[in-house]
Design a protein around this ligand. Structure first.
Ligand SMILES: NC(=O)c1ccc[n+]([C@@H]2O[C@H](COP(=O)([O-])OP(=O)(O)OC[C@H]3O[C@@H](n4cnc5c(N)ncnc54)[C@H](OP(=O)(O)O)[C@@H]3O)[C@@H](O)[C@H]2O)c1
Length: 357
């Protein structure tokens, strides 16, 4: 299975198949400075030198310290490196339990401040790829949040817009307002009770949109918010270990190879604090899984079809079934599109099937 080596991003950017997620270069519980600042700087420089073309961060990593570390390590940024950051999440402190520990804010003033301050911290006039970190904020409609980013794009602060942790319905609504260059979601070979493989509907929608799909926690086979564990559950290991052994690879590499084989538009951004793991990760691109390997890995957790993923009674599929993320793409998206002077004629939302509550 030959794979393309670059992924188009928003029409005028290209990135390699495997990026680097910098989130772990922060303090304990993703709070504060990374303890070994020099090692963090060295790792980021090493990643860029080793050919990583996309580095993923967010204002909430640290908060802020991750973006500042990236700037310290890499500014002025090499031509080939795309920096992707995100706004919209806030972290309530260094310790605590979800959901209180992390919350989403989406009003226009807040998102605008986020983007301007990320640009300032990263030392750029324009952010290459800026994600709405979550479709969960409730202080503004989802469409208004996307509209805010679209306006920032028109102002030149953002080059391309991404969406993170949204549903397929939200992606459809966002696309009525502005082009979406990338979609990020929790997606790896393990599903269990978590949403990972239910993101198949979102993946399909992202690919249809021509967006890059960036699975987060691609090698850490655990539920969101759990401590990382790259081995995965025992049942997954039983499938992955013989495949890894046949390819003289590690389980982490096999999970990445499975993602890469899934679609040429998938760009995992694994996170590591280790140079050895970074190299291991990048080497995964050369692994060619057989159809039999892929079938075995698929069997770890059969994917739901779009129809199975849709909440009952709905005609719009959603990547997650969290009611807070369900989207009714109607008037406000049209208003956001109109605000961007694409005019009401540009909005075809009423032609879309609307999800029933
Ligand atoms: N959009 C979102 O909401 C969201 C949420 C979470 C994460 N993200 C992004 O996704 C990136 C990746 O997520 P993540 O760091 O949580 O999970 P991950 O990449 O799946 O896993 C990272 C963990 O796996 C280990 N690891 C990495 N490569 C390895 C290898 N080759 N062999 C063995 N262990 C390996 C790392 O430990 P070592 O340090 O020891 O290598 C670390 O503990 C983040 O950095 C962030 O940029 C986005």
């Amino acid at each position: 299975m030959a794979r393309s080596t670059m992924i188009p991003l928003g029409g005028d950017l290209r990135a390699g198949r495997i990026g680097y997620g910098a989130m772990r270069l922060t303090g304990p519980n993703l709070w504060g400075d990374y303890a070994d600042r020099d090692a963090g700087v060295a790792l980021l420089r090493h990643a860029a030198e080793a050919g990583v073309t996309l580095i993923d961060t967010a204002d909430v990593y640290g908060p802020h310290t991750n973006e500042l570390l990236i700037r310290e390590a890499l500014h002025p940024y090499p031509e080939h490196v795309v920096i992707a950051t995100k706004g919209g999440f806030v972290r309530g402190g260094p310790v605590g339990a979800r959901p209180a520990l992390i919350d989403a804010i989406g009003n226009a003033s807040y998102l605008r401040q986020c983007a301007y301050l990320s640009a300032r911290r990263l030392g750029v006039e324009r952010i290459d790829l800026y994600y709405l970190h979550s479709g969960r904020a409730r202080d503004a409609s989802f469409e208004d949040q996307v509209g805010t980013l679209a306006e920032l794009r028109q102002l030149g602060l953002i080059r391309h817009i991404g969406l993170s942790n949204v549903t397929a319905a939200q992606l459809a609504a966002a696309r009525q307002i502005v082009d979406i260059a990338a979609v990020s979601a929790h997606f790896n070979v393990v599903a269990r009770e978590v949403v990972a493989r239910e993101q198949a509907a979102l993946l399909g929608a992202a690919l249809e949109a021509g967006a890059a799909f960036v699975p987060w926690q691609p090698v850490s086979l655990t539920a969101p918010g759990s401590p990382t564990g790259t081995g995965g559950p025992a049942a997954a290991r039983r499938v992955l270990e013989p495949i890894a052994s046949r390819h003289r690879a590690t389980i982490s590499q096999i999970t990445l190879a499975w993602l890469l084989a899934r679609s040429p538009a998938i760009m995992p951004c694994p996170g590591t604090t280790s140079v050895a793991h970074l190299h291991e990760t990048l080497a995964a691109e050369a692994i060619e899984l057989s159809h039999a390997d892929i079938d075995s890995i698929d069997s770890i957790s059969p994917e739901r079809t779009a129809a199975q993923s849709a909440p009952s009674g709905s005609s719009v599929t959603a990547g997650t079934d969290d009611p807070r993320t369900r989207c009714r793409p109607t008037r406000s998206a049209c208003a956001a599109a109109a605000r961007l002077r694409r005019g009401p004629g540009a909005c075809r939302l009423r032609a879309l099937p609307v999800q029933k509550k």
